[in-house]
Design a protein around this ligand. Structure first.
Ligand SMILES: Cc1ncc(COP(=O)(O)O)c(C=O)c1O
Length: 362
């Protein structure tokens, strides 16, 4: 029973080596568009920090030195920063901790990142989900979310902004107004894609004290193998989060990245400009194929497709291209694609042309 639950918890729609072996696809040849990370990273400073990480000694379990550097870059204090083994570890920790403190279910704005529901399942936290309407767009309704919170106060509210899989972004003043209606209930605001999005300036706008902002340096710097994220939260919550997990979950490499990552302004600016241009080009090339994307301000695009799972499997087997079918979001008829480079776009376009022309059967 527990095994079955955990297997559900681990379902992402990303690729894994066992699946590739099954399909006879060489991992070295796969173009992975199922993830959405900065395709231009890591920059030199991050690569050097990784190369020189002091892995011969245990890392500081409190990551004090890197939190001090991060605090300067974020114009805050180290007491307000929690560093995690990816944003995912922080989200899991927050679910466990906030559910013990509060009463009521976790209230999720879905569709959203599946790890939050998985964390609720494993921590035994009931979930109440307000699903976005599928009315042309995947438009979420913050009023409906606020009404649900009033009706049955939850232990936490989870909102992902930019949203995934569609890439819509709620402006920060609307997020702030929404947060105020919830006060004092904790709002876990997943900003993992905000830094690479069109509304990156919202990163620097202050939000009320009961909002926990979770971010991913994994994504910003294109280093998913390193696992590094951070949260901005009230000091007592940061302390509690740190006490609520095993020691040393944030290793030397991740801490070395934290010490330099937030200062790479030129790299991040350049990445955003290139991603924005590439997103426009990808959207046009998909439209030319009859695939209309949802409006996105994020480094990914999603479009409706009748059997997303079959398309994903076909592209992987025949073209070594991994796209994200959105079954794990509860959207079996949506495909998401990470924005990357012109070369990747052209390879995808050729493959999709063959599929859509019916030259290939699935
Ligand atoms: C919305 C969202 N939040 C968080 C994460 C996890 O980020 P990290 O790799 O830093 O754990 C993901 C990963 O895909 C995501 O889509």
């Amino acid at each position: 029973m527990l095994g079955a639950r955990l297997r559900v918890a681990a379902e992402h729609g990303g690729i894994d080596d066992a699946e590739l072996a099954n399909l006879g696809v060489d991992p070295a040849h796969v173009l992975d568009l199922s993830v959405s990370i900065n395709p231009f990273g890591p920059c030199t400073a991050v690569a050097q920090a990784l190369a020189h990480a002091p892995y011969h000694r245990y890392p500081d379990p409190e990551a004090r030195a890197c939190r001090r550097t991060m605090a300067d870059a974020l114009a805050t204090t180290p007491e307000r920063i929690a560093v995690g083994n990816g944003a995912t570890e922080l989200l899991w920790g927050l679910v466990g901790l906030l559910a013990r403190r509060g009463r009521g279910p976790a209230l999720l704005a879905e569709p959203c990142f599946g790890e939050v529901r998985a964390a609720c399942r494993v921590h035994g936290v009931p979930v109440r989900a307000i699903r976005a309407d599928r009315n042309g767009n995947i438009a979420r309704d913050l009023d409906a979310l606020a009404a649900a919170a009033r009706e049955q106060p939850p232990c936490l509210v989870y909102l992902c902004n930019p949203s995934s899989p569609d890439g819509a972004i709620t402006p920060i003043d609307e997020v702030a107004a929404f947060a105020r209606t919830l006060s004092p209930l904790p709002l876990v605001l997943d900003e993992s894609f905000l830094s690479l999005s069109d509304r990156h300036a919202d990163l620097h706008v202050a939000l009320p004290e009961h909002v926990v902002r979770v971010r991913s340096l994994t994504k910003d710097h294109g280093i998913p193998g390193v696992r590094v994220g951070y949260a901005l939260a009230a000091p007592e919550l940061v302390t509690a989060l740190s006490q609520w997990r095993p020691a040393w979950t944030v290793g030397a490499a991740a801490q070395a990245v934290c010490s330099v990552a937030l200062e790479q302004h030129a790299f991040l600016t350049d990445s955003r400009v290139r991603l924005r241009g590439e997103r426009a080009a990808l959207s046009t090339s998909l439209r030319d194929l009859g695939l209309e994307c949802f409006p996105s301000g994020a480094p990914y695009l999603a479009f409706p497709y009748p059997d997303a799972r079959a398309l994903r499997r076909h592209l992987l087997r025949e073209h070594a291209i991994a796209v994200r079918d959105c079954n794990s979001f509860g959207l079996p008829d949506v495909v998401r694609i990470g924005v990357t480079t012109a070369a990747a776009r052209e390879r995808l376009q050729t493959a999709l042309e063959a599929v859509l022309a019916g030259a290939e059967t699935r």
